[in-house]
Design a protein around this ligand. Structure first.
Ligand code: GAR
Length: 198
């Protein structure tokens, strides 16, 4: 079976990464995680990669806070290409990507975000939804472009906001939905890859 080679990028806890790696390990997902890369040296997502014996690397991001320095972004392209990655999966990667990555992987970079985009891009989207008095929130998987949490939406899952919700309880429920939605979307990419290429 032809497995889709993916690279996972993240800055934090890595619960989405874990869900994807578990699905691959259990045989549910016809993907192969070639590398996990983080812009944070001690990010738990790198420990998860090690736990699953996946190649992993820290990418020093440079001096900027919300993006990679151009040299670092070029280095990221090289790392992903050398690993033979066909689909780049952002899983809590908290930097905006620019031309080097977008040109190297056109319509080959996807992101998950904890809101029903286009509502509430940016940080702590679940808090934004609560503050806005929404009754429904959820999560979105989308193609990545040069704007924050922006780009063609691939799939969404709704999560009801309950009257007793706190930011933490809402975020936890959205993350449960994320861990189902993201592997399901990647599975569709795998099917396409097996049938005809991405
Ligand atoms: C996820 O909830 C993801 O949707 C969010 O970061 C979290 C990472 O969690 N991403 C964004 O907000 C992107 N703007 P994880 O490290 O446990 O997967």
């Amino acid at each position: 079976m032809k497995r889709l080679p993916i690279g996972i990028l993240g800055s934090g806890r890595g619960s989405n990464c874990r869900a994807i790696l578990e699905r691959i390990r259990s045989g549910d997902l016809a993907a192969e995680a070639r590398v996990v890369i983080s812009d944070i040296l001690d990010a738990p997502i790198l420990d998860i990669a090690r736990e699953f014996s996946i190649a992993n690397a820290y990418l020093p991001p440079g001096q900027f806070r919300t993006r990679l320095e151009p040299d670092a972004e070029n280095e990221l392209v090289n790392m992903l290409r050398e690993a033979g990655v066909e689909l780049v999966v952002l899983a809590g990667f908290m930097r905006v990507l620019h031309a080097p990555m977008l040109k190297a992987f056109p319509r080959r970079i996807i992101n998950i975000h904890p809101s029903l985009l286009p509502k509430f891009p940016g940080l702590e989207a679940w808090k934004q939804a609560l503050a806005a008095g929404e009754e429904i929130s959820g999560c979105s998987v989308h193609y990545v472009d040069q704007k924050i949490d922006h780009g063609e939406i691939i799939a969404q899952r709704e999560v009801a906001i309950l009257p007793e919700d706190t930011p933490a309880s809402l975020h936890a429920r959205i993350q449960i939905a994320e861990r189902e939605l993201y592997p399901a979307v990647i599975a569709e990419f795998c099917e396409r890859y097996q049938a005809a290429g991405l």
